[in-house]
Ligand binder design. Structure first.
Ligand SMILES: C[S@@+](CC[C@H](N)C(=O)[O-])C[C@H]1O[C@@H](n2cnc3c(N)ncnc32)[C@H](O)[C@@H]1O
Length: 339
């Protein structure tokens, strides 16, 4: 019975991978037909790399299935979007892929109709060359789908691998007070809210439009949505049992990353747990180093290179965190640490 369950989950995840990687190819084809395609200096012709990534994707999906079968998170996390919801944004996504290709080709990093006012200066740019960066409702509408295309439908499983690491470390037997930083449109929130028993769940992000989109997805009185920069949190000391973020740190300058760690430490209770899911770092998988070097150029990520050589284990220990553990899977890396 368990094998049937796990195999069905792997098949469902693989179907998403096939769908999103097909959309990725369509977008590349589209940008080629408008002479906007910029070929990355790795990938298609590197058979060894492609083989490694294909095997890695399968392994990730199998691990996701095992985590569900072992009860770390419920099967509801793999529920696909209905065809109507999936197709609704596809035309915008295709049009935006051309705009992104143009910015990439001509290296246009700041392309705003209206400059976002309430954002930190380092964020006022077109991250990933995406239209409006993180600062419009339209960008928020298509962001999650764009990430799935980028990661060939593996973003969901990569985000939720951290749940198992946190659950293995956290010792509380009562409902948790959770804080999520840089939650975006709530992509990880959907799974974490299903996986953890909580008395309160504070979802935060610096972007108003992204947080608004996240808020619209939930109808749970125990959840609140707070617009804030993670480096200056409007919360009291020792308020939370668990603080976590997914794909936040690689977007931040070094000094801000350090401040976010210090703020996370401050708002955590004693023995509280910090969880971080972010990108793989340099030399985790040496054959992927070229991919990591190219990523910030291809996707306009100005602080990514610094992130990939940042020793986060040392930074966590320096702030006072204990029992730091880290792992990596496919293209993501995970840390858990105790206050
Ligand atoms: C790559 S996205 C990840 C979003 C989401 N966690 C996910 O898994 O899709 C990074 C998010 O961090 C937010 N962000 C960037 N800088 C921030 C900061 N200093 N404080 C809080 N959020 C920030 C952005 O608005 C964006 O929503």
């Amino acid at each position: 019975m368990r094998k049937i369950l796990e195999n069905s989950i792997v098949v469902s995840n693989l179907a998403k991978t096939i769908l999103y990687s097909t959309e990725y190819r369509i977008m590349n084809q589209l940008s080629k037909s408008f002479s906007l395609f910029v070929k990355p200096p790795y990938q298609e012709n590197d058979k060894d790399l492609v083989k490694y990534l294909r095997e890695g994707v399968l392994k990730l999906h199998q691990e996701d299935a095992k985590n569900i079968a072992d009860g770390f998170y419920p099967i509801g996390v793999i529920k696909p979007k209905g065809p109507k919801e999936h197709l609704k944004n596809l035309p915008y996504l295709l049009i935006d892929s051309l705009k992104i290709s143009r910015r990439r080709k001509f290296n246009i990093k700041k392309d705003f109709d209206i400059e976002p006012e309430d954002a930190p200066d380092y964020l006022k740019r077109n991250y990933h060359f995406q239209t409006d960066g993180y600062f419009s409702e339209q960008s928020a509408k298509i962001y999650e789908h764009q990430v799935e295309v980028l990661f060939s439908g593996t973003a969901g499983p990569m985000r939720r691998m951290l749940i198992k690491m946190i659950k293995e470390k956290i010792s509380r037997d009562r409902p948790l007070k959770i804080l999520e930083l840089g939650a975006g449109v709530g992509s990880a929130t959907l799974d974490y809210a299903k996986a953890f028993d909580f008395s309160s769940y504070t979802v935060s992000d610096v972007s108003g439009p992204y947080l608004k989109a996240a808020k619209e997805r939930f109808n749970n009185p125990k959840m609140e949505f707070v617009q804030t920069a993670a480096e200056s949190l409007p919360f009291a000391d020792e308020e939370f049992d668990m603080v976590f973020s997914v794909y936040l740190f690689h977007e931040l300058p070094q000094a801000i990353r350090e401040k976010v760690l210090a703020e996370s430490y401050r708002v955590l209770k004693k023995k509280g747990i910090l969880g971080i899911c972010d990108s793989l770092q340099k030399n985790d998988v040496p054959k992927l180093n070229r991919v990591l070097e190219n990523f910030p150029i291809d996707y306009h990520e100005p602080f990514y290179k610094g992130y990939t050589i940042w020793n986060l284990n040392s930074a966590l220990n320096a702030i006072g965190f204990r029992n730091v553990e880290s792992q990596f899977k496919l293209l993501s890396k995970y840390w858990v640490a105790e206050k």
